[in-house]
Design a protein around this ligand. Structure first.
Ligand code: ADP
Ligand code: MG
Length: 270
């Protein structure tokens, strides 16, 4: 579990990006932080692994205050995936994936074997191991970024708009893969996105942020859809509301969920 209590970040230029945030992120679940650009999502994520130092408040991982931990060790023990894969351009895919285990002193041949296994895990063909990042497609780069984040077998994975830069079809594929991976791995994942659909699709817990990291609402996708806590939330999730409004039709004795355009969205079990 990750817990933030009264956490504030004011950058040196005086910008308060996050103001007095309380948040509990449950273990082995996907928590999505969703909010407009500038709402403080990246700042929250980076305070967890101390890439950004908080100005006030307490952040604990399983009851231990992160401020008492060695920041380098902390960072290497937590997987981090960013929007642009963040791969090192002059290192092969395999070397990129093996970076942290190598930094941690793992033997080269073991790191290599493990990196190849991780390529399988994230659905990257092993033939791509010796390619450089620029020789990979956007989707492949993101998969490599996820493999690299998993390489030290972290309990926690921080993902900052990881699928934001790929086209919609690849994006949907990566979303499905992440859902599958999570079923297998059971990590504690903090997933940042500005896309409400993506948050509802992937997350067990959705946290909707207003400016300065103020929590407008947090809950399961169902809770939030059924009971938006404020006009802000209703508006935020309401951009696609029309499409989400579903009704039930009876088709030959089977109850089918149908959206406003008349397309079937699913079947209700009896
Ligand atoms: P998000 O990820 O939701 O877009 P950020 O956490 O990146 O939000 O930014 C939140 C606010 O903090 C924004 O107003 C942004 O301009 C500001 N900010 C982010 N990083 C810095 C920085 N290094 N120095 C000053 N202000 C920053
Ligand atoms: Mg951001």
């Amino acid at each position: 579990m990750i817990e933030l209590r009264s956490v504030t970040k004011t950058y040196p230029d005086g910008t308060t990006a996050v103001d007095d945030l309380d948040l509990v992120i449950r273990a082995r679940e996907i928590t999505a932080l969703v909010g407009s650009s500038g709402s403080g999502k990246t700042t929250v994520l980076r305070m967890i692994n101390r890439m950004v130092e908080r100005t006030a408040g307490v952040i604990e991982i399983d009851g231990s205050d992160v401020s008492t931990m060695d920041p380098v060790k902390l960072r290497r023990s937590i997987g981090y995936v960013m929007q642009s894969s963040g791969l090192l351009p002059h290192r092969s895919t395999l070397e990129n994936i093996a970076t942290v285990p190598r930094l941690n002193g793992q033997h080269k041949s073991l790191a290599r074997t493990r990196a190849l296994e991780l390529m399988d895990t994230v659905g990257l063909d092993r033939n791509l191991a010796d390619r450089y990042p620029r020789q990979l497609s956007g989707g492949q780069q993101q998969r490599a970024g996820v493999a690299r984040a998993l390489a030290s077998d972290p309990n926690i994975l921080l993902m900052d708009e990881p699928f934001g830069a790929v086209d919609p079809i690849v994006r949907a594929e990566l979303q499905r893969e992440l859902a599958r991976l999570q079923q297998e791995l059971g990590k504690t994942i903090v997933f940042v996105t500005h896309d409400v659909d993506e948050a509802f699709l992937l997350a067990d817990q959705v946290v909707i942020l207003e400016e300065r990291g103020r929590v407008a609402q947090s809950g399961s996708p169902m809770d939030i859809l059924a009971n938006p806590a404020s006009d802000f939330v209703a508006n935020f999730i309401g951009a696609d509301r029309g499409r989400r409004q579903l009704h039930i039709e009876n088709v030959d004795g089977t109850r089918v969920l149908v959206d406003v355009t008349g397309r079937p969205a699913g079947v209700l079990s009896k």
